[in-house]
Design a protein around this ligand. Structure first.
Ligand code: TMP
Length: 255
């Protein structure tokens, strides 16, 4: 089979040309970075787990009417997605203080916020993804007011739904990052949820013990990173049957 043409390589994923026009193949790597590339490593099996976790969450979100770029999972590490024009924003939704908001406002990690807070960061590695206001976004033309309304509305709906989904499996959704893209169908444009939703871009804490089940285990050198991702997948009922297609070490027990 002819090799697919690579279009883009990011920190955790590679995008290849898809089998039909308007589609892409999103490949999930095991590579992990933190601090805008200051720290890097490999978490064996992470790509397989994130592919499954993101597939599951995107499908559940589609069921409640959130448009997404997801079409279908192809294999253990790849999914077919719609080609979209990525809006250069990282949309962060926070329910509980942690990470940068705790530092910025000196709020203890774990303190529930008065209400969910949406933040926008401009996606630009050279600038270190700075926090931006809606005015910056509109003035610099990254999105128009109508797009921003759509994005914020969808982000809040995704948050409501995911908070419920995770609390049902004993996990607190502390915060997470979303990306959106413009999908063109002829003259019509609509904004769809893109990228991935996985423990790489969510903070997920065990509801009972507050144990971290996400990438903070890597960022903060807490160990057992893969095990934490596996635990999330296990609770979601989607742990790959045979330890993730033979490219993840060791047998896994499905309880
Ligand atoms: P922060 O507390 O470091 O701002 O992160 C907030 C959430 O956004 C957290 O769940 C991690 C996620 N995130 C990303 O997925 N990518 C990023 O580049 C950053 C800075 C955060």
């Amino acid at each position: 089979m002819a090799r697919r043409r690579q279009l883009y390589e990011g920190k955790a994923k590679i995008l290849f040309e898809g089998p039909e026009p308007g589609t892409l193949v999103q490949y999930f790597k095991d590579d992990a970075t933190a601090g805008n590339g200051a720290k890097s490593g490999v978490i064996t099996g992470k790509g397989v787990l994130n592919n499954r976790i993101s597939e599951h969450l995107m499908l559940r979100l589609q069921e409640i009417g959130i448009p997404t770029h997801f079409i279908r999972r192809i294999n253990m590490r790849e999914q077919l997605v719609k080609e979209v024009e990525i809006i250069p924003l990282e949309v962060v939704i926070r329910n509980v203080a942690a990470g940068s908001i705790s530092k910025r406002f000196n709020i203890p990690e774990g303190q529930r916020l008065p209400r969910p807070i949406v933040e926008f960061y401009y996606k630009n590695d050279e600038l270190g993804d700075p926090l931006v206001s809606e005015d910056h976004i509109i003035a610099f033309g990254w999105a128009c007011p109508h797009d921003l309304e759509d994005i914020t509305g969808m982000a809040m709906r995704v948050n409501d739904f995911l908070c419920g989904l995770f609390s049902g499996i004993g996990i607190q959704l502390v915060d997470f990052k979303l990306e959106f893209g413009r999908c063109w169908e002829g003259e019509d444009m609509r904004i769809v949820l893109a990228d991935e939703i996985s423990p790489d871009n969510c903070r997920l804490w065990d509801l009972r013990t507050n144990e971290k089940l996400d990438k903070d285990r890597f960022r903060r050198d807490l160990g057992n990173v893969k095990e934490a991702y596996q635990e999330v997948a296990r609770r979601m009922g989607i742990l790959p049957e045979n330890g993730a297609g033979g490219d993840m070490k060791g047998p896994e027990t499905v309880q």
